[in-house]
Design a protein around this ligand. Structure first.
Ligand code: S3P
Length: 423
């Protein structure tokens, strides 16, 4: 498709609901006892994969268009699916469900699309197998379809080799079903929605620095969940407003959980103009107003990486408009996202004239550079597609995007929301 162009952006939008919390709301609703209601659920393809997956496991779930209602069955109430469960593009669905299914007394097969079926699963299979479940990948590889034969689980003490909320969450879900105390040591702190929601659903979890302790078995109770907006979706507009001239965008109800706000720290370090208002501490949400900015380069590394891992493609675009050399390192995990996001970001932005080089664990970006038109591809990755649309705002000539439909994975109304800010 031909991408939108704009000289400036002005106005206000409410970004879609948080993807990580939406997935977990269905999962917690299913494994709790009693009714869970979810308001502002993200009806993107990924979260719908989770919703359908739990329906296939026998959990009654209804959507009246406003509220999702889940009749929780508890871990022990999950039933074998009639066949393999298709989780589309969704890494969060498959990895977290592996942890939930590890403690059942039946077998399940989980698979996804061509991208998901190439993503590494050993990182989740290894600890769950150590706890006593039996998980195997396709033809004994670590790739989906994954067969999970559930079992009575033993607790685990596990030092994580990667900083990953998906791996951490899978182990926590298994630990909730194991007999005894599990200890998980994170490599770096990653998003903590699973830990927060255990408490919200009446369970217990102890977090001290990078060490997490969970004692099973636990019984959770259904709750009302109100999902805040997704800062990872807001990120595209945050960057757009900062890099376009004469722009100001107001983003309402954006989640500001501190494990997710790395992009705001980067924008601050780069000299960006933005402010937070209407801060709701309990709901961890705020209004973020971003204006045209004069940007300077920065270095992004270490413990900051998990706090902005999904935002690195759009941060790379931000850096193309900043004065100086921005360095992103310690971000090897980008290679195993929906696509290899180091290659995808660098190669696609190079097609538009960016001065950006891939490295083994990140990227080096020299700016500022005037981008030009061209033909690019999302490569089937929603965040690469949205990043390229924001890049296209800056070009004189047209940018054509292949595989634009990928954006529906996390942001079905992305192009409409963007168009509403162009005046
Ligand atoms: C997610 C964790 C992150 C992130 C993904 C969502 C989650 O993945 O990239 O989009 O909801 O737990 P990793 O845990 O693999 O870093």
């Amino acid at each position: 498709m031909e991408l939108l162009r704009a000289k400036q952006l002005n106005g206000q939008i409410e970004v879609p609901a948080d993807k990580s919390i939406s997935h977990r709301s269905i999962m917690f609703g299913a494994i709790a006892k009693g009714t869970t209601t979810v308001k502002n659920f993200l009806r993107g393809e990924d979260c719908l994969s989770t919703l359908n997956g739990f329906k296939e496991l026998g959990v009654p779930i209804e959507d009246d268009g406003q509220t999702i209602t889940i009749q929780g069955v508890g871990f022990e109430g999950l039933k074998p699916a009639l066949g393999p469960i298709d989780l589309g593009n969704s890494g969060t669905s498959i990895r977290l469900m592996m942890g939930i299914l590890a403690g059942t007394n039946f077998q399940t097969t989980l698979f996804g699309d061509e991208y998901l079926n190439r993503r590494p699963m050993q990182r989740v299979m290894a600890p769950l197998n150590q706890m006593g479940a039996h998980l195997v990948g396709f033809e004994n590889t670590q790739y989906p379809p994954i067969s999970i034969q559930g079992a009575k689980l033993a607790p685990i003490t596990y030092e994580m080799p990667v900083a990953s909320a998906q791996v951490k969450s899978a182990i926590i879900f298994a630990a909730l079903q194991a007999q005894g105390t599990s200890t998980i040591i994170e490599k770096e702190p990653s998003r903590n929605h699973t830990e927060q929601m255990i408490k919200q659903f009446g369970g217990e979890i102890e977090v001290s620095g990078k060490t997490i302790r969970v004692t099973g078995p636990q019984q959770l109770t259904g709750q009302e969940v109100i999902v805040p907006g997704d800062i990872s979706s807001a990120a595209f507009f945050i960057v757009a407003a900062a890099i376009l001239k004469n722009s100001q965008v107001v983003l309402k109800n954006v989640g500001i959980n501190p494990t997710r706000t790395g992009i705001l720290d980067v924008l601050e370090a780069m000299g960006g103009t933005f402010e937070l208002s209407e801060i709701d501490e309990a709901n961890e949400s705020a209004t973020i107003t971003v204006s045209s900015s004069t940007l300077k380069a920065t270095t992004i590394q270490g413990a900051d990486i998990p706090r902005l891992i999904d935002e690195l493609p759009i941060i790379a675009l931000l850096a193309t408009q900043a004065e100086g050399t921005t360095i992103i390192k310690d971000a090897q995990e980008l290679k195993v996202k929906e696509t290899n996001r180091i290659d995808a970001t660098c190669e696609e932005l190079q097609k538009l004239g960016a001065n950006i080089e891939p490295t083994d664990d990140g990227m080096i970006i020299h700016g500022p550079v005037q981008l030009h038109g061209g033909k690019v591809s999302s490569r089937g990755d929603h965040r690469i597609g949205m990043m390229l649309q924001i890049a296209a705002l800056l070009t004189e000539k047209i940018v054509e995007l292949d595989k634009a439909e990928a954006v529906a994975v996390s942001y079905p109304h992305f192009f409409e929301d963007l168009a509403s800010l162009i005046n």
